[in-house]
Design a protein around this ligand. Structure first.
Ligand code: R5P
Length: 291
């Protein structure tokens, strides 16, 4: 019998997954000391197989939590320890763009591979790397995709939608989202000039009177989506909606998307956010059941 462990701020998703599997769910309690250190308390008795659910939005403090939780679980006798990280951070830097840059995807992957036997995640940002196994040096990585769920949602809520990926990396998610429903789709070309400065060139499409849905794996500052939305409107789109897997939406992202005229923003519940509309519970439960 496996147990699922989770932290207080991710209990709604964890409850759904535990319920779908019929697994006991237990909380990892944490105390933050005034100086910023963290104390964790795991259930004092654990079975041999445990899965820990921890999304890595706002990742830096959580990486310390993972280090402590994994080491603590091993000391309590856990032999098979899986990490279920619905959003896996640090996947976007997969090469050194300038000499001296630490390739965070590789280094975070190596740390996770030391602590966990298996990592399950949803739509990790793998661009120049073929699979999650390659990131996890010797451990098993399971990369699920919510893109099909985004496509199902769009097909139910937007009539005759055209799906647009804001950059070429989004082709993998846009293709999958479009496939089951035969939706028209294309990708843009993006140039990033800074954290909040991007330009997006649209493909040569007539969007007059069309309802466009922008599909991406992750929205952070929202600037990529805003630039793509503005481009679609300039081409005559009658409405622009957004459907993303991971809703980081930091700072003023949601306000700026609304100001840019975006009609609906939909996301999955990999990251808790007001835009969550599509659940990945069945996806995660399926992977854990199969494991
Ligand atoms: C990168 O290519 C990702 O797929 C997203 O497009 C990007 O991370 C979004 O970032 P932001 O919302 O800050 O523009």
């Amino acid at each position: 019998m496996s147990w699922l462990l989770a932290f207080d701020d991710e209990m709604p998703l964890a409850r759904g997954v535990a319920q779908a599997l019929g697994w006991p769910l237990h909380e990892v309690r944490r105390h933050r000391f005034p100086d910023g250190e963290t104390r964790l308390r795991l259930p004092p008795r654990l079975p041999q197989r445990v899965a820990l659910l921890r999304g890595l939005q706002q990742p830096n403090a959580k990486l310390t939590e993972l280090l402590l939780a994994a080491a603590g679980a091993r000391e309590l006798g856990v032999s098979q320890l899986a990490l279920v990280s619905p959003y896996l951070a640090y996947m976007r830097q997969d090469i050194a763009f300038e000499p001296g840059q630490a390739v965070s995807q590789r280094h975070v992957g190596q740390a996770l591979a030391q602590w966990f036997d298996e990592v399950i995640t949803v739509d990790p940002h793998l661009h120049r790397v073929a699979s999650l196994d390659d990131v996890l040096s010797g451990r098993r990585g399971i990369a699920l995709s919510a893109a099909g769920l985004l496509g199902d949602w769009v097909a139910r809520h937007v009539r005759d939608a055209i799906l647009l990926g804001p950059d070429e990396e989004a082709a993998q998610w846009v293709d999958t989202a479009a496939r089951a429903h035969g939706l028209e789709h294309a990708v843009c070309r993006k140039q990033r000039h800074g954290d909040r400065e991007v330009t997006v060139a649209l493909p040569d499409l007539d969007l007059r009177g069309r309802e466009v849905v922008l599909i991406d794996d992750v929205a952070s500052t929202g600037r990529t989506l805003i630039a793509a939305a503005q481009g679609a409107q300039a081409r005559g789109a009658s409405a622009v909606d957004v459907a993303v897997t991971h809703a980081l939406f930091v700072g003023d992202a949601m306000a700026e998307l609304a100001a840019a005229g975006v009609r609906h923003v939909w996301s999955t519940d990999t990251v808790p956010h007001a835009s969550n509309a599509i659940s990945v519970v069945a996806l995660l439960a399926g992977a854990l059941r199969a494991g």
